[in-house]
Design a protein around this ligand. Structure first.
Ligand code: AHG
Ligand code: MN
Ligand code: MN
Length: 353
């Protein structure tokens, strides 16, 4: 007999989310469905002769050239969230300042941070992209200042992402496990297909943009050198490497079969201590992965404990299988104390000049 599939709506009703949080998450699911419908058409033009591909002439607050789809997704998320009447303020990767929402009903109880489109550089090449979100309880007051948004990730009440890949999925946590839903094209509903996702504690798969190798700190150079040395080296096992270039897709692989993703601190640009953003990339992914038994760190502290300094703050991230994250934290601690061992295979001074 065919088993009954649980929809996102009934899952949220039957489990742990409050009515307002359930409504908010359903609005995010609808926004994701709208984006998914757009991505399916790729370069096919709509009646107005437009399509989602290509770049715009504009830059976001990060100084990055915006893709057409970055701006479309930002508008979809902003209007869907504002329409709920449950959001007091929002922060989008694409908008410099927090967006205050007029509270017409006195029910605006949440702050939402989002990366409306993650993996912009993968849009035109038809590789998986996504949207990431993080939800906090809003401080109860009328005029929110920027400082009111600077809340540590451990206080998130929900987090998740949508991935627009061969199928569209929504992965969420409300602090009671991490659960995956697949969008049914037939019923236009998200159905629970991956309950209680788990990240195995050990892994043999890492993800890092190795083109930055010469800019990394010693603990990361050492870790990756040892992974590459494989069974012949100190780790005594062969590793595999994957890099999709969309954090959602790389983290989705880790939530599915384990692994480790690193975008560490580098010295490429001293104004940027990391590539990814704390409030709408690192924090939500850290909550999802921790809730699935994994870990997330800056290399020097637990990601969810980081006190935010800026809404668009960048941060180094090491996330995934717990034992591997802790292994890399130990390398940072030893390096900071000056007790780190020389590399087992190569002498850094001659090898990485
Ligand atoms: P965004 O498209 O929101 O700016 O994020 C891109 C991020 C992340 O998705 C990805 O893992 C990383 O940037 C890719 O970095 P590289 O360009 O160094 O590969
Ligand atoms: Mn992103
Ligand atoms: Mn983005």
């Amino acid at each position: 007999m065919k088993k009954v599939q649980i929809s996102l709506e009934s899952f949220l009703q039957e489990t742990h989310a409050s009515e307002s949080l359930a409504t908010l998450l359903c609005a995010i699911a609808e926004a994701s469905q709208a984006i998914s419908a757009l991505t399916e058409n790729g370069a096919i033009e709509n009646k107005a002769g437009e399509n989602i591909y290509g770049k715009l002439n504009s830059e976001n607050v990060q100084g990055e050239t915006q893709a057409t789809l970055d701006v479309i997704c930002d508008k979809i998320f902003t209007s869907s969230l504002a329409a709920t009447g449950l959001v007091a303020g929002m922060v989008s990767e694409e908008v410099d300042l927090p967006i205050a929402v007029k509270d017409k009903t006195n029910k605006a109880e949440f702050l939402v941070f989002f990366d409306p489109l993650d993996g912009s550089s993968n849009v035109d090449v038809n590789v998986s992209i996504g949207s990431i979100f993080s939800v906090f309880k809003s401080p109860i007051k009328t005029d929110l200042s920027e400082a009111d948004y600077l809340i540590a990730g451990k206080q998130q009440v929900a987090a998740g992402y949508a991935i627009y890949g061969p199928c569209t999925m929504l992965i969420i946590t409300t602090g009671q496990g991490t659960h995956g839903f697949t969008l049914s094209r037939a019923s236009k509903q998200f159905l629970l297909t991956h309950p209680d996702m788990q990240v195995p504690a050990d892994t043999k798969e890492y993800a890092i943009n190795s083109s930055n190798q010469r800019y990394w700190e010693s603990p990361i150079k050492r870790y990756i050198t040892e992974c590459k040395a494989g069974a012949a080296g100190r780790r005594e096992k062969d590793f595999n490497m994957r890099w999709i270039g969309s954090m959602v897709a790389d983290v989705h692989r880790i939530l599915t079969r384990g692994g480790i993703y690193l975008y560490p601190k580098d010295s490429k640009d001293s104004a940027k201590p990391g590539r990814l953003r704390l409030m709408y990339e690192a924090n939500p992914m850290a909550m999802l992965v921790e809730q699935a038994g994994g870990a997330a760190s800056t290399g020097r502290m637990r990601m969810l404990d980081v006190p935010p300094e800026h809404i668009h703050q960048r941060i180094p991230i090491i996330i995934g299988s717990k034992n591997e994250v802790e292994h890399i934290e130990r390398y940072h601690a030893a390096f900071d104390k000056g007790t780190d061992e020389p590399f087992p295979l190569f002498n850094e001074r001659t090898f990485y000049r």
